[in-house]
Design a protein around this ligand. Sequence first.
Ligand code: NAD
Length: 504
Amino acid sequence: MTSEIVHWADGARFAGSSGLWADVTNPATGQVSGRVALAGESDAAHVIASAVRAQAAWGETSLARRTQVLFAFRELLNARKGELAELITAEHGKVLSDSVGEIARGLEVVEFACGISHLLKGGHSEGASTGVDVHSKRVPLGVVGIISPFNFPAMVPMWFFPIAIAAGNAVVLKPSEKDPSASIWLAALWKEAGLPDGVFNVLQGDKVAVDALLTHDDVAAISFVGSTPIASYVYETASRHGKRVQALGGAKNHMLVLPDADLDLAADAAVSAGYGSAGERCMAISVLVAVDSIADDLVARVAERTNTLVIGDGAAGSEKEADMGPLVTRAHRDRIAGLIDSGEAAGAKVVIDGRTVEARGAADGFWLGPTLFDNVTPDMEIYTEEIFGPVLSVVRVSSYAEGVELINANAYGNGTAVFTNDGGAARRFEKDVQVGMIGVNVPVPVPVAYYSFGGWKRSLFGDTHAHGTEGVHFFTRGKVVTTRWIDPANRPTDGLQLGFPRNV
Ligand code: NAD
């Protein structure tokens, strides 16, 4: 039986009237499991209007009441995360433990947002001028749009909406049409947690839905995560329409292994970070930069581990869980297989070929095994393209300097890592490298919720990163109030003063 996944407005499912639908598939079986509504312009207007109606009252709700809702949401989500994980695995394909992991990282942001009262505190200066006090405050923006990619249907929206809601905004979430069920599940959970209807809304759809959010007068800000071409388009279009925008884009993350590194630790890390979630992570390692003297040894250790990986249906419970599930769609699987063909044709050495894979699952699943390339050079398409799949490319360099030069010449700057036991080299790397998130012996350096997540260069358009204090800043704007109350015992006698007011 297939399900119908629709929009959410005014605290309830909303079918919309476009009559347009897209199939949703289970990547492990290749079967259509549901269909998702694709919003037309009037559907988008309906969902945005729901947010507009709810926002003013929510923005004026006390911090005490708002945080009670946040705490309730946190408790419910923590108690029922297994249900959400199953939904994610059934539409995305990642293995269940990975789905639980993404929810756990999203929960961290919910927990951070539970402290919004502290985060919104302004400053106060008594006696800034004689008899004059000054205070500052952060106020909500209004209605904000969140547009998310397929690869983290729960965590990426949760980078933004807990903070946006806690800060007094109303949200319209436009999830990926490839795995839309998590968004509706989260909307129902907010309702159960006591969030007033209309504060959290979901608009399902494709470019039509996105364009409606980017151009609508009632939407104040856009948080986008997705591929670089769309991030760039979203940034330009929404900025032109007067909105505050943060648009996080694609990535090509390098892991540099220096000769003194613990090679077993480095090999474990490269395999986990390269093939976890089938490489469909913006912080996945896709390029392993090996200094020549240890390259043969490192490639051998990576290959040995890669050959042990079990590929299969991530939802299967009884046997040992698979290490890696299928790719999200057949088209994405075929695109990556084509890129592997191109790498081979360009002369890279195929150490492990994922095109021939034995998967534990249905024959029609979108399977592709882990692929390991050696002797990749920066002119090859497998190096220049963001693959976003289970393909790890080894580039050999002669020195630390050549490795850093390679990383800095790349168009993207999302995440990177160095593996070394030399503290001085790690410290040098941290300074030299032009990348937003850096790991030292940590391959996937996703910052904790109270720091901010964001890349450099073509990995981020706009200047505000997600969550942490930058997230609080993004979803609020400042007011500064200068106040003079008349002290009856000491009434000022200014008289007329047409000169520019000076502080005295
Ligand atoms: P995508 O760019 O195809 O889609 C992202 C969102 O944009 C979706 O909601 C989609 O419906 C919408 N969209 C797609 N085409 C559009 C168009 N022409 N006009 C307007 N909207 C459009 O990305 P994806 O394939 O869902 O996700 C994978 C990409 O996301 C990868 O490039 C990955 O690196 C990136 N990503 C980046 C981060 C980060 O933090 N920088 C995190 C996760 C994913």
